[in-house]
Design a protein around this ligand. Sequence first.
Ligand code: CAA
Length: 240
Amino acid sequence: MGRIALVTGGTRGIGAAISTRLKADGFTVIANYAGNVEKAEAFSADTGIEVMRFDVGDFAAVQTAIADIIARHGSLDVIVNNAGITRDATMLKQTRDEWDQVIDTNLGSCFNTCKAAFASMKERGFGRIINIGSINGQAGQYGQVNYAAAKSGIHGFTKALAQEGARFGITVNAIAPGYIDTDMVAAVPEAVLEKIVAKIPVGRLGQADEIARGVSFLAAENAGFVTGSTLSINGGQHMY
Ligand code: CAA
């Protein structure tokens, strides 16, 4: 039976690697994106993956988009909540708007997608929900109270929803990536990033494919006994 997977923020960075990996695994993938139409269309042309534009932080927009996916494809079996943004600033400089943006996009999005798909997954007796957290949600990070709170929230969300989904065949897991070679990490000031990389025992940034491998494992048909877990993929930077 063909399974349908939605990857939020699925056309760039870690999300693009996840989308292509799940396609290679045999899933029909829909890669969501927020704003970068040019990149999304190029990604779709390159990979043959359907792309869909909506704001994951907008509750109504997500309900409409997921209802449309289920109507067109017959089900939504896998959700990878990957979309995320940073608005790094210390408490002295961080604004309420920067807090809200990061909480809504990174954490509110998980509620929005799961709310839209959970009843249908329950009815079909199958679901794989994979939430992309972060090492910085586990360990905290200077200048990231908003991001660390949202990512830490994802880890709690995962464990709570896993308990609700278990009896319906719905697994809910998280991956906590460390510093991965993406545009988001490239935006960290060079001197700061050098210090961070120096603390990674493996001695380098991670690659997006190394996160996608974890998603592939958790999304598999025979991964039904793995739920409520967090897979840390961080080069040994934080052993949790
Ligand atoms: N611990 C302790 N002190 C620190 C520090 C740290 N980690 N980082 C900076 N400081 C200190 C600086 O040394 C400086 O001290 P002095 O004034 O005494 O020299 C002071 O804090 C101010 O630092 P900045 O000049 O850097 O302040 P800023 O306002 O210009 O920038 C910042 C602050 C935006 C947080 C900047 O330091 C920064 O971007 N840091 C990187 C944050 C980071 O790692 N983000 C991760 C993004 S990637 C990601 O999030 C993906 C993922 O999941 C892993």
